[in-house]
Write a protein that binds this ligand. Structure first.
Ligand code: NAI
Length: 392
């Protein structure tokens, strides 16, 4: 007989909380899903029923499994219902004071051994934990949207976290069918930090008139990315992407490597958020034509120049994250391939290019612009000097 699974609490029944509750229920945990809004709970239940029906139609779930998953989730507006949970994952609004105040209320309800986790994508876990009586049981569990489909979960211990919860979280995430990685509590964790140049460098090139958005998108698709930076920003929402850029930039005390782009700000100011507003870098209104880019019609090596500049900057960011021990080289590769579907890990890309090629491109940019944004990570210089490769 299967051993009884621990009870998982989830707070916030929006897009993320609903997905996390579904995952826990699929893995066999009894789940208590709390939201301050009864409507949000109803919407969450209806959405899960819809998803379950689709999965049954596709033959992925049996009707019995669907019923058991749905029955395992108990929905309530009462925080006190979380009293008997062993793990609680919070997915409410992204505001430090609101999260801190929620966790303080929770501490009055649950046992000091209950693990409290936050799905925050941009706040410091250490800062949230700073408001707790028992911060050693607090940890970050960063899922990606949509949580049931995206394999990556970033596990982020706060400075105060007892390390045994890192291992426990890893075991539980593997049990849920996820690919967990462990990241240091630093701005953007892994994915939202390492991916910044994918957008930032593309925007710089448009700003300088080196290429337009459709050409850059075509070049990056040609390099193996599923979507180019501009179509991806339009999908994510330029408002959301700009907010992440600004938050990472200010959290790094205005390091020029993360400097946001005026073009992006203007798109936000104009309300050109992307797909959701009908217009972003592209026009999504009915009748708007699709922009086709023909490589043959461009100046020789246009695609290659675009690809080299963006990929070199991505490699630099991933290398620096390895240098600063933000995550292990292996976890950095898992994060970028599973969290944002990059065609391969950036450290492997560096190995394939050879570190001297990556370094030469970065030094060329650094010399030309005289901007610290392009400073190569010391690890690339060390590796070039010792003729070594990343162990991935
Ligand atoms: P959402 O706005 O869809 O849902 C938030 C839910 O929390 C709402 O149903 C709201 O009624 C409820 N809520 C707010 N304050 C509450 C409180 N004090 N007590 C109980 N319920 C409360 O938000 P979403 O997109 O699901 O995001 C939730 C969290 O997950 C945020 O911290 C966000 O940064 C993080 N996140 C979001 C991702 C995304 O792509 N949407 C990806 C990864 C993390």
């Amino acid at each position: 007989m299967e051993t009884a699974k621990t009870t998982v609490g989830v707070i916030g029944a929006g897009a993320m909380g609903s997905g996390i509750a579904q995952l826990a229920a699929q893995a066999g945990h009894p789940v208590v899903l709390v939201d301050q809004s009864a409507d949000a709970l109803d919407r969450s239940a209806a959405q899960l029923a819809k998803v379950a029906d689709r999965l049954i139609e596709k033959g992925k779930w049996t009707p019995e499994f669907s019923q058991s998953v749905q029955e395992r989730i108990h929905r309530t507006t009462e925080l006190t219902a979380l009293e008997s949970c062993d793990w609680i994952v919070e997915a409410i609004v992204e505001k430090l004071e609101v999260k801190q105040s929620l966790f303080q209320s929770l501490e009055a309800i649950v046992d000091p051994q209950t693990v409290l986790a936050s799905n925050t994508s941009s706040l410091s876990l250490t800062a949230i934990a700073g408001g707790l009586k028992h911060p050693e049981r607090f940890i970050g569990l960063h899922f990606f949207n949509p949580a049931p489909l995206m394999a990556l979960v970033e596990i982020i211990p706060a400075l105060q976290t007892d390390k045994r919860w890192v291992e426990a979280a890893r075991t539980m995430m593997v049990d849920w069918g996820k690919s967990p990685v462990v990241a240091k509590d630093t701005p953007g964790f892994i994915v939202n930090r390492v991916a910044r140049p994918f957008y930032g460098e593309a925007l710089r090139m448009v700003e300088e008139g080196i290429a337009d958005a459709p050409t850059i998108d075509a070049a990056m698709r040609n390099a193996g990315f599923r979507m180019g930076p501009f179509e991806l920003m339009d999908l994510i929402g330029n408002d959301v992407n700009y907010a992440v850029s600004c938050s990472v930039f200010s959290s790094f005390y205005n390091d020029p490597r993360y400097r946001p782009s005026l073009i992006q700000k203007q798109h936000v100011d104009a309300g050109w958020y992307g797909r959701k507003s009908g217009r972003g870098y592209y026009d999504y209104n009915e009748g708007a034509g699709k922009v086709e880019v023909k490589e043959e019609a461009l100046a020789p090596n246009t695609f290659e120049r675009i690809q080299e500049r963006i990929v070199a900057m991505l490699i630099n960011e991933a290398s620096d994250a390895a240098y600063l021990h933000i995550a292990s080289p292996q976890d950095l590769e898992v994060a970028m391939t599973k969290g944002v579907n990059y065609p391969k890990g950036l450290l492997q890309w560096c190995n394939e290019w050879g570190v001297t090629k990556a370094l030469a491109i970065l030094e060329g940019l650094h010399n030309r612009y005289g901007d610290d944004r392009y400073r190569p990570s010391p690890i690339l210089r060390d590796m070039a000097a010792s003729n070594s490769r990343f162990e991935v």
